[in-house]
Write a protein that binds this ligand. Structure first.
Ligand code: MIC
Length: 522
């Protein structure tokens, strides 16, 4: 057996040094805004002390951090799109500063069994796509170095020189549920070369909206636990990557009421009605549609938050004002709200949040910007960037959300996704406003913007148009419409030979093994 430390004193000294190094790191400019609920000692105790490795993700995380902060300082932004395809990432390097890997897209095109965006693909799917893109970036960069070094400085001036190592931002969805599952996911991302991940507050297995219903979030406490889990994993790995966070917009349900911070937004029935489940059963007997029954039931139940119930059942405006003064801005659980309301109004407020529960157990939720701000503010100290997802772009919500968070964290960085079926014009934006939208929100701090699922629209459209043309015009059409412009646009060396597929690199490996010089030989 080989002994790791000569004695326990040496072990303690190594441990203390590790703790000090972590503490120093956490005080650095890059880290000091992150607030951890755990100590450096605990993290050191979870590390592989004496075995240091630096991950490529650290390098990419720092590069992204710099890009985002430069944009923030200049009031500008990075606008990019999602892909799962290394060759597309290669082309992106000519115009973009970052690449995005979307969970929705991976679920559609990279999983063994494709599906709707339910985040039900295997947990290593997105990290493995990131790894493939990251490896291809390394390959392109290596290929380019080797090619360029064949030439003299003078010749290199005219040769394409691209930064292929774009930081990759990836979708960690809801962190795949369990605490230890989330840790493994975070670790795989770090090992894949990712620069930043986002984690949302959706409930496992309930990311579902195709039937016209919103999605389900988890309690605030569970979301914070997810983010802390990711942060802890990065800290154990000694990794600098900035996880960003994502909060869902227009969600309709929450799967538990365990956290009093969520209580102001949970909806309850204020009328004596059968439960929603009973109404559904009755509706089903007469062959009625789920959504129609739900709509009708909601209207009959006098559905509202507890505070609104107090407002509508109090005897006077003054009573409500006294109630409001006692609860506003405080974390007060429902049972204590009830007691306060009883004390002031002299009666029990009719409010039952069990009656609206869904067949899968969720409670109904009152979405509002304040609810999202509340979560974003609590989550902010665990990450670097905040993303509030919006199904439909709403000017007021955008402004209220970003300014609301910046009231608490004035220099906060934000992300924003132009989700698939975004219809700006329908949402009340003029053509001119659509033009200036990215620049306008950049001024609110939205420095990283993405069209996440371009492939489902753009790539599909290109493929459809090509297939149609190819069917009609065959190889002549291919040569004219595809090969010719593609070859014309390809980088060539000084002899006019296309350089981008790695042929020179493959030759170079043989040459080096044979002992031949590969630099300045052209
Ligand atoms: C960002 C997103 O999570 C994704 O998987 O890319 C999706 C994208 C979309 O549906 O357009 C999202 O939920 O916004």
């Amino acid at each position: 057996m080989s002994q790791k430390y000569p004695d326990v004193k040496a072990e303690s000294a190594a441990f203390d040094a590790e703790v000090k190094a972590i503490e120093k790191w956490w005080q650095s400019d890059r880290q000091k805004h992150i607030k951890r609920p755990y100590t450096a000692k605990s993290i050191a105790a979870l590390r592989n002390i004496g075995f240091k490795t630096d991950y490529p993700s650290s390098v990419q995380g720092r590069k992204l951090w710099k890009i985002l902060n430069e944009h923030n300082a200049n009031g500008t932004y990075e606008l990019t799109f999602g892909t799962t395809e290394p060759l597309i990432a290669k082309e992106m390097a000519k115009y973009m500063q970052t690449v995005y890997v979307s969970g929705a897209l991976c679920g559609h095109s990279q999983a063994a069994w494709p599906g709707e965006d339910h985040a039900d693909y295997p947990a290593d799917t997105v990290p493995s796509v990131v790894k493939r893109i990251f490896n291809s970036q390394l390959f392109q960069d290596q290929r380019q170095t080797q090619l360029r070094m064949r030439f003299s400085e003078e010749d290199r001036r005219d040769l394409e020189c691209i930064d292929y190592m774009l930081p990759i931002v990836a979708d960690a969805d809801m962190g795949f549920g369990t605490l230890t599952g989330c840790m493994k996911l975070a670790r795989s991302f770090v090992e894949s070369g990712v620069a930043m991940v986002h984690i949302d507050d959706l409930a496992m297995g309930l990311k579902k909206f195709a039937n016209g219903e919103g999605r389900t979030i988890v309690p605030t406490s569970e979301y914070l636990q997810r983010l802390t889990t990711v942060r802890m994993t990065f800290d154990i790995m000694g990794y600098y990557l900035p996880p960003c966070m994502m909060l869902e917009d227009k969600e309709q349900f929450i799967n538990s009421v365990v956290d009093p911070r969520d209580h102001p937004y949970v909806l309850g029935a204020t009328k004596v009605v059968p439960s929603f489940l009973q109404a559904l059963a009755t509706g089903r007997e007469s062959g009625r549609d789920y959504l129609a029954v739900k709509k009708e039931w909601k209207a009959s139940a006098g559905l509202m938050t507890f505070d609104d119930a107090v407002k509508s059942q109090a005897d006077s405006e003054d009573q409500y004002k006294s109630y409001e003064a006692e609860v506003k801005g405080k974390i007060i659980a429902l049972q204590d709200r009830r007691a306060i309301a009883r004390k002031i109004t002299g009666k029990d407020i009719m409010f039952d949040w069990e009656l609206p529960r869904l067949p899968r157990g969720q409670y109904m939720w009152q979405w509002c910007t304040q609810a999202v701000i509340d979560r974003a503010v609590l989550a902010a100290p665990l990450g670097d960037v905040t993303w509030s997802r919006q199904d439909k772009p709403n000017k007021k919500d955008m402004e209220d959300f970003h300014s609301g968070v910046r009231k608490v964290f004035p220099n906060r960085l934000f992300a924003f996704g132009y989700t698939g079926a975004y219809d700006f014009v329908k949402a009340g934006y003029t053509e001119q406003e659509v033009e200036t939208f990215p620049a306008d929100i950049a001024k609110q701090g939205v420095v990283w913007q993405v069209q996440p699922i371009w492939a489902t629209q753009g790539l599909s459209l290109h493929a459809k148009q090509f297939a149609e043309m190819f069917k009609k015009e065959g190889i002549a059409g291919y040569m004219r419409n595809v090969a010719k412009p593609a070859i014309e646009g390809m980088a060539t060396d000084k002899y006019g030979k296309p350089t981008s597929r790695g042929g020179y690199l493959a030759d170079a490996f043989f040459d080096v093994v044979d002992g031949d010089e590969i630099t300045e030989v052209a």
